[in-house]
Design a protein. Structure first.
Length: 684
């Protein structure tokens, strides 16, 4: 029993020991894990501290007041180096380190001092000393509250001080340039406030209190010269010239020095925004100057140049107009110099076109005018103080083949002594005028002849109208008088005959009048002319003498043309009627052809023909052919000519007395179908 109890006890002890060992192993693992985490956190803190020290160029050290020892932390932040005061002082300038020690002991005694000090480092041979800024603070106190340890944060400010020095030097140069600039200089900050102005601008704007102006919070929108040119949302370099009213500026409190004319102030300015690296505007520089004097001088110069240009342009225009007038009017300027016996001719004021000797002048004149030219030259050689005028014909012809006529008008030009130096004037081509006068004389003669013909025509027409009219009236009165009833058919026939003649005469006169007034319309339509030609000719030849043989040649089966059939029919019938009237025996031939866009009508006869002295007037409505008066009104040929010309064509008549005549009428038209016959002649 005792043995078993002992065994149980041993087993229990073993179990407890195993459990204790397991617990100890668990807590050991837990402690090791926590130590690793603490070491890792410590390393992270040390790394962060090292990064801060390296980035900020910092150095940490402490001073143990009780031990009078300095402890410096390495740049990696994980090692500490202990220094004696004399050893630590080797890193700094001796005088500056004494100032540092004084501050350290004052802070140890809790005296109020400035805990920041600038101190120089120890300089190596050939190098400048580094500059440091040291900030001291209490790091630890004892149980009684006394200062036990101080912490020093040492920052290398050498580069910062160099940059400050460079900035100061730059600012000094900026202020020197800003204030000594020959132009007005103003600087506005990013909010548009005036922050600087140089002496030149103060003088230009009559500013006595410069400091007061800068403290007055003057903004750029108050500056009437530059405000309208600034765009704060999109700043850019701008060069402007402002034209301002002086009275308005003075009302706003601006007083100007310098030249001001006509109450106008000219100011030239350059506006340059200052942009930082982020693209934001830091400020605005405005440089400018009063350019009123320069502008006014330039204006006066421009006015002078403009006046000179206007005068020169007027002279050039005057010369151009003279030259143009000379060319257009075919006029030449002429000068004769008695000293050299030469003629100068030109159509340009600036240059001589032709020089002629006296012999050449005489030879150029037509033979009948050479004596007149010789007399004129002799008159000029004797320097007679009289104007000369002469019109002559020369041996040259113009482009139309006409002899050229020239008219000279010249006046004497005197020298300073009143002697005739030369003769100056114009030479005008009067060929057209002479030709016009000649043609006018011819046309006047023709007009007179036409007027005589017209009067004769009117006389004849009035007689011819009265003759049938009197005949009609006379025979009508015979019906009322005592007469033999057997004579009444004769009376009626005479009345009918003369009435028809009177009606035809009136109709032809009215038709010509309508043609002259362009009241006859053209009605074009597509017509097969081959189908109508024979019948139209037969109508015109209805009254032909039986002894006359008529031949109608129609060489086409079909000729589809665009013509005015009514007017063409009128022309064909009248032309056939004239041929039948002039032909009492022989042959009348009627034919037509279509050739190159023209319809050609030909009426040939072997009649008595037309007298030679009347051949040129056969189309004159006032000169009627007595050969046609017996059977017609005598107006058929003028009517045919007027109708043909109305349609763009014409009529041509060739005749020889006693051998007949040929009338050829051409009418422009367009054919769409042309079919010729195999048998070309058809006789009636």
């Amino acid at each position: 029993m005792n043995i078993q109890y002992v065994d149980y006890i041993l087993i229990g002890v073993v179990i407890v020991m195993v459990i204790a060992i397991a617990v100890m192993l668990f807590y050991n693992r837990l402690w090791v894990s926590r130590e690793k985490k603490a070491d890792a956190a410590s390393k992270n803190q040390i790394n962060r501290l090292a990064l801060i020290l390296q980035t900020g160029k910092l150095r940490l050290w402490t001073f143990n007041i009780n031990k009078l020892r300095y402890y410096s932390l390495s740049e990696s932040g994980d090692q500490t180096q202990e220094y004696q005061p004399i050893d630590f002082a080797q890193f700094f300038n001796r005088d500056d380190f004494e100032d540092l020690r004084k501050i350290i002991f004052d802070m140890s005694d809790d005296k109020p001092v400035d805990s920041t000090i600038r101190i120089r480092g120890a300089a190596k041979p050939g190098e400048e000393s580094r500059q440091y800024e040291v900030m001291l603070s209490v790091a630890e106190r004892d149980s009684k509250g006394h200062v036990k340890m101080l912490l020093g944060v040492q920052r290398d400010i050498t580069d910062m001080l160099k940059r400050e020095q460079e900035v100061n030097q730059l600012l000094m140069r900026y202020h020197t340039v800003f204030n000594s600039a020959l132009a007005d200089m103003l600087y506005y900050d990013k909010d548009g406030r005036l922050s600087n102005i140089n002496d030149k601008a103060c003088n230009s704007f009559n500013i006595d209190d410069r400091r007061g102006l800068l403290l007055s919070d003057l903004r750029i929108e108050d500056n009437p010269i530059v405000f309208d040119s600034i765009n704060f949302h999109n700043p850019d370099d701008i060069h402007t010239t402002a034209i301002l009213n002086v009275s308005e500026l003075e009302k706003q409190g601006y007083h100007l020095n310098g030249a001001v004319h006509n109450n106008t102030f000219y100011y030239e300015s350059s506006i340059n925004p200052v942009i930082n690296l982020e693209g934001q505007m830091e400020g605005i520089y405005v440089s400018g100057r009063n350019v009123t004097d320069m502008v006014e001088s330039f204006h006066r110069q421009q006015e002078g140049v403009e006046q000179l240009r206007v005068v020169n342009d007027n002279i050039q225009n005057y010369i151009h107009n003279i030259n143009y007038a000379l060319r257009v009017s075919d006029v030449r300027l002429v000068s004769y110099y008695p000293d050299s016996y030469t003629f100068e001719i030109t159509n340009n004021v600036n240059q001589t076109q032709l020089r002629l000797s006296q012999v050449r002048c005489i030879r150029l004149a037509s033979p009948r005018f050479r004596k007149d030219v010789s007399i004129l030259l002799n008159h000029l050689d004797h320097r007679n103080d009289k104007a000369v005028e002469l019109s002559i014909e020369i041996i040259l012809n113009d482009q139309k083949g006409r002899p050229i006529w020239l008219m000279f008008n010249m006046i004497p030009v005197h020298d300073a002594n009143g002697q005739v130096k030369r003769y100056f004037g114009m030479c005008r081509n009067i060929t057209d005028m002479v030709e016009t006068e000649r043609r006018l004389a011819v046309e006047t003669k023709k007009a007179q002849e036409t007027e005589n013909l017209k009067q004769t025509f009117l006389t004849n027409m009035s007689y011819e109208i009265r003759t049938p009219l009197n005949t009609v009236v006379g025979f009508a009165e015979l019906f009322e008088a005592e007469h033999d009833p057997a004579d009444e058919p004769v009376f009626a026939e005479e009345i009918k005959k003369n009435s028809n003649q009177l009606l035809s005469l009136v109709n032809d006169i009215l038709f010509l009048s309508r043609l002259d007034a362009k009241m006859i319309e053209s009605n074009y339509c597509e017509t097969d002319f081959a189908l109508f030609f024979d019948s139209l000719c037969q109508l015109g030849l209805s009254n032909v003498n039986p002894e006359v043989k008529t031949i109608i040649e129609n060489n086409y089966d079909h000729l589809l043309v665009n013509i005015d059939l009514e007017n063409v029919s009128n022309m064909i019938q009248r032309a056939c009627f004239v041929a039948s009237t002039l032909t009492q025996k022989g042959t009348i031939r009627c034919k037509y052809e279509y050739w190159h866009g023209e319809l050609i009508l030909v009426i040939e006869d072997t009649g008595i023909g037309i007298e030679t002295d009347r051949a040129s007037n056969i189309f004159n409505r006032f000169d009627r052919n007595p050969q046609l008066e017996e059977s017609s009104t005598g107006l058929d040929l003028p009517i045919i000519q007027a109708l043909a010309r109305m349609m763009g064509g014409d009529i041509e008549v060739q005749s020889e007395l006693g051998k007949g005549a040929t009338a050829r009428v051409t009418i422009p038209c367009e054919a769409t179908l042309v079919e010729k016959k195999r048998q070309e002649n058809s006789e009636k």
